[in-house]
Design a protein around this ligand. Structure first.
Ligand SMILES: [Zn+2]
Length: 561
């Protein structure tokens, strides 16, 4: 497999007739998926997702791909193809459309409905082109063909891209559930047909490449979900992703079968289920879904609530219920069903919520103690099938951390793809397809862009480092009034500390150190406020480290006496 070289430069211009593929996100991480295809001077974007921050990124709302590499060429972008409606594939769209609003969005009916609802909140009315499986549409030099794929959200599509450089097949997120609720299976016949035509580059979902065998069918969750509804003595409160229409369909079916009424709780859940129902992706028996006010008056054993917050998100309904910060009060005998995955990085938050709910008397059913969740991604067995059916010349694993990409690449090689044809790239790598061969030709910027409140891209790694430092070590502010003529303190400095363990006498020992630093500065003729502040900062920082083994943030303020 093609190894990566960390010292890469800006790629040279693309040779005539070649195709360049640059992932601006989604390689080496789960989320923030975005791939840019360049051919004949035009650009095609597939997906623009967001990544959710982890605990070491405090204060960040979401993380976007860096658009720097295409910012000067937005007029060359012919379309944005959206493979499906998950946040890690559409969440970044509003931010690119802010820079050029009329780039057409191409996607299935449900995908477009989800992104349009999101864009409405950003006050953007997009140009859209609705497509479905089997459709052929041209955008500039890119001939697109869409194929049905099965995933944990309905109406997902793979996209085949025909250019003079060759045929590319991008699976998007997919799995091969043979018995999905909507009977819409991944179009392997279409994959095979493209394979016969000759797939020059195959981009495949790596998320579950390390998982042996096959991903279990959604239908196999029926017994566990049925059991919850059959045995729950009081209310059933279900939390799932607000986009998992089929999982919620299963919950609705069981609630209906067991004589319960249902209310949706949480903005995104209410919004998405409204869209899914209106468009016919969710089937709701008459009278099943009722208003919260109606539900509250029913006996507890006739109640089912479906809410957001399955990942322990602090502001979502479930966490607020766990914290007694929600009108719905969890009480003895309630059953909480977490019909969802446990996204890496969210474990602590989720277990905290489970513990709190349990403390209030709820019986919590989750993937750790019952079969109430299956993945939305193809496991190794499915990927191998795909490689054998498609017989691609070259493979570029996408959507995954490095270990997932590598495992996926190895599967491709095991099915007979030449190791030189398997390209393991990182975000920003330019992968060129020229004369049927792939190679890495350079690298463009592809760092994290943080959305932080109303600012986009303002917060940097340095800001996050400061925040972590403040959180872990605290802060000491030193106010020193210095006589400009003598360079000595006009009065003893003031110390203000937050998050740094101290008492009234703690800083007594620092005063002589500050005096000494200032005296040396005066001797050496150093007198500017900025330089004096640096000296004070260093003296106090060294003292804190020497005495307490702590590294608080030091904020020195020098005032002219
Ligand atoms: Zn997805």
């Amino acid at each position: 497999m093609s190894r990566t070289h960390r010292e890469l430069r800006t790629p040279p211009p693309l040779p005539d007739g070649g195709l360049r593929v640059i992932a601006l996100g989604g390689l080496g991480e789960i989320g923030r998926n975005m791939t840019v295809f360049e051919h004949a001077g035009k650009l095609l974007v597939v997906d623009i997702g967001v990544l959710f921050p982890e605990e070491h990124q405090p204060g960040v709302d979401v993380i976007l791909p860096d658009f720097t590499a295409i910012r000067d060429r937005l007029d060359d972008v012919v379309a944005i193809v959206l493979t499906h409606g998950h946040e890690d594939h559409i969440g970044g769209v509003p931010y690119l459309l802010r820079e050029r609003a009329d780039i057409p969005l191409v996607g299935s009916k449900l995908t477009l409905a989800f992104i349009e609802a999101k864009l409405k909140e950003h006050k953007i009315r997009p140009e859209t082109v609705e497509v479905s499986e089997g459709d052929l549409v041209d955008f500039g030099p890119f001939g697109l063909e869409f194929l049905a794929v099965n995933h944990s959200i309905p109406d997902a599509l793979a996209v085949a891209i025909r250019t003079a450089a060759g045929l590319v097949l991008h699976t998007g997120d997919f799995k091969m559930d043979q018995f999905p609720l909507d009977r819409r299976i991944t179009d392997l016949r279409g994959f095979a047909r493209l394979g016969e035509e000759g797939v020059d580059l195959f981009l495949t979902d790596s998320t579950n490449a390390e998982v042996p065998g096959f991903t279990t069918s959604e239908g196999e969750l029926v017994p566990a979900i049925e059991k919850v509804f059959r045995t729950a003595p009081r209310r059933v409160i279900v939390s799932s992703f607000a986009s998992h229409v089929h999982r919620i369909q299963q919950v609705l079916d069981q609630a209906h079968a067991h004589g319960r009424k249902v209310a949706f709780v949480g903005r995104s859940m209410v919004r998405n289920m409204g869209i899914a129902r209106e468009l016919g992706y969710l089937t709701v028996p008459d009278g099943l879904v009722v208003d919260m006010k109606v539900l509250e008056k029913l006996p507890a054993d006739q109640v089912c609530l479906i809410c957001t917050g399955s990942q322990g998100e602090p502001m979502a309904a479930l966490a607020r219920m766990a914290n007694r910060d929600h009108v719905i009060r969890i009480s003895e005998g309630d059953t909480v069903l977490l019909a969802s995955s446990l996204v890496p990085g969210n474990e602590n938050a989720i277990y905290r919520v489970i513990n709190e709910l349990t403390r209030w008397g709820a019986n919590v059913v989750h993937k750790g103690n019952a079969k109430v969740h299956v993945s939305g991604h193809a496991s190794a067995g499915e990927l191998v099938y795909c490689y054998n059916i498609v017989k691609p010349r070259n493979v570029m694993p996408v959507h995954g951390e490095w270990r997932h990409l590598k495992a996926n690449g190895e599967l491709a090689v095991r099915t007979g793809v030449h190791p030189k044809g398997v390209v393991l790239a990182e975000d920003g790598f330019a992968v060129d397809l020229v004369d049927g061969r792939v190679r890495i030709s350079g690298k463009v910027p592809a760092g994290n862009v943080y959305v932080d409140g109303e600012t986009v891209g303002g917060a940097t790694e340095a800001h996050l480092k400061d925040r972590r430092n403040l959180a872990e070590e605290g802060v000491i502010t030193v106010v020193a009034i210095v006589d400009a003529d003598t360079g000595t303190l006009a009065e003893p400095p003031d110390f203000l500390a937050r998050g740094f363990v101290h008492d009234e006498t703690t800083f007594d020992a620092v005063v002589p150190l500050v005096e000494k630093a200032l005296a040396r500065a005066a001797e050496e003729g150093v007198g500017g406020a900025v330089q004096l502040e640096q000296l004070i900062s260093r003296a106090v920082g060294q003292w804190a480290h020497r005495t307490y083994r702590r590294s608080p943030m030091i904020i020195p303020i020098v005032i002219d006496a």
